[in-house]
Design a protein around this ligand. Structure first.
Ligand SMILES: *Cc1c(COP(=O)(O)O)cnc(C)c1O
Length: 405
């Protein structure tokens, strides 16, 4: 059954699961087998040499893992997909498989922390030239690409200040110099944004976040042009960062409710962002759905929803952050994002813990910033919770104190 023309909510449920399973099971079995046996040596040879479909050894391919790969392939309208043990597995395998000594990468300063480490510490030691531009300065990126470029790496919206870059514009510039465009689509999810339709060649996801959605399984996914995905797959087979059947099952199960969750999280996040924006104890709200966000126009053009993650700064210092966060009731103070339960934390202890206060300031990350990943709880309960935690803070403005007296 071809699901590529179906709506995403339908494809999330059915992709990879249209064939009947053993015993008439209505959900994909978790196939834990390491190896797959053949009675006929000729059949075995055909599968082993890629001439026939089938599985040989689970480091390479596995039936349960394949179900998950089909789901992302259909949701991102991709030719091919493959998977990894974690999101960082997807990112590092992609970069190491496609790059080599003498190659040149153009990217942004605000990539995910682990990705930044690859760009700043690991790739340069393989004589790969990495240029990181100010996130949102499209002219600077285009100028760097024009000097020669093999790979353009984008992430939008970014972590933690939700900056937005124009995928269509930068993909067009990259293709003029023959560069491959890779987009980390973790924050947006395929429900809100489809980079391949905007011109990107490859899309990757930390499936650990929204795709799995329940904070109980780690995984990474890559999809896009067949030739490129196969090149990365060949490397991953040998590199060994393969996804196991158990987490693949949990992520595929999570993906069946992806559209439901994302629609809810989009709506709740927008409502919460507007509530916070109007609150006197909040100095800044970073959410691309707000008209005042500098990336709003681009986000509105390339996204169909603005996602479940935002960040905001308190009108106060780090002590206020401690008081506020520990006063919240419906939140886990934890790293990660994209779960059914609301998660929050300061970049100072999560995504940007390795940076100094000054380095964070350079990236526009104030010390009183809080990243808030909206769960699927009732939005009125979340707003009530934020409201009572804000009330726990001392009034910050002199005039507000006068107003109260
Ligand atoms: C979490 C995350 C990653 C890394 O994924 P893991 O599954 O933790 O390895 C990469 N990119 C983004 C945007 C993320 O949020």
């Amino acid at each position: 059954m071809d699901l590529s023309e179906q709506n995403k909510g339908t494809a999330s449920v059915w992709a990879g699961e249209t064939e009947s399973f053993a015993n008439g099971a209505v959900t994909s079995p978790v196939v834990k087998s390491v190896a797959f046996a053949y009675h006929d040596l000729d059949d075995w040879y055909e599968v082993a040499t890629g001439k026939a479909d089938g599985h040989i050894y689970s480091r390479n391919t596995n039936p349960t893992v394949h179900v998950l790969e089909e789901k992302i392939r259909i949701l991102e309208s991709a030719e091919a997909a493959t998977s990894f043990a974690t999101g960082m597995g997807a990112i590092s395998n992609t970069l190491f498989a496609l790059l080599g000594p003498g190659k040149r990468v153009v990217s942004i300063k605000d990539t995910y922390g682990g990705t930044s480490r690859l760009f700043l510490d690991f790739l340069p030691s393989y004589q790969i030239d990495v240029r990181l531009c100010e996130t949102g300065n499209h002219e600077a990126m285009e100028a760097e690409m024009a000097k020669g470029c093999d790979l353009v790496y984008l992430e939008t919206p970014t972590n933690p200040t939700l900056k937005v870059v124009d995928i269509k514009r930068l993909s067009a510039a990259a293709h003029q110099v023959g560069a491959v465009v890779v987009v980390d689509n973790t924050f947006a999810t395929p429900i809100n944004q489809n980079p391949l339709k905007l011109g990107a060649d490859l899309v990757l996801h930390s499936a650990t976040k929204f795709l799995g959605g329940h904070s109980d399984a780690m995984g990474g996914l890559l999809c896009g042009k067949k030739e490129l995905v196969e090149k990365v797959f060949r490397f991953r087979e040998i590199n060994g960062a393969s996804l196991q059947a158990d987490p693949a099952y949990l992520i595929a199960r999570g993906m069946k409710t992806l559209e439901l969750r994302i629609e809810r999280q989009n709506a709740s996040a927008l409502k919460i962002a507007r509530f916070l924006k109007a609150h006197p104890k909040i100095s800044d709200v970073f959410y691309p759905g707000l008209e005042t966000h500098p990336g709003h126009e681009i986000a509105a053009a390339q996204m169909s929803g603005f996602g479940g993650v935002m960040s905001f700064a308190l009108n106060g210092d780090y002590e206020d952050v401690k008081t506020f966060l520990t006063s919240l009731r419906f939140v886990h103070l934890a790293a990660s994002l994209g779960s059914v339960s609301t998660l929050a934390g300061p970049p100072r202890t999560t995504s940007h813990v390795e940076l100094t206060t000054e380095q964070r300031a350079q990236l526009g990350i104030p010390e009183s910033l809080i990243r808030y990943s909206v769960g699927i709880e009732n939005v009125e309960d979340l707003i009530g919770d934020l409201s009572q935690a804000l009330a726990a803070l001392e009034p910050v403005f002199q005039d507000e104190k006068i107003g109260l007296s």
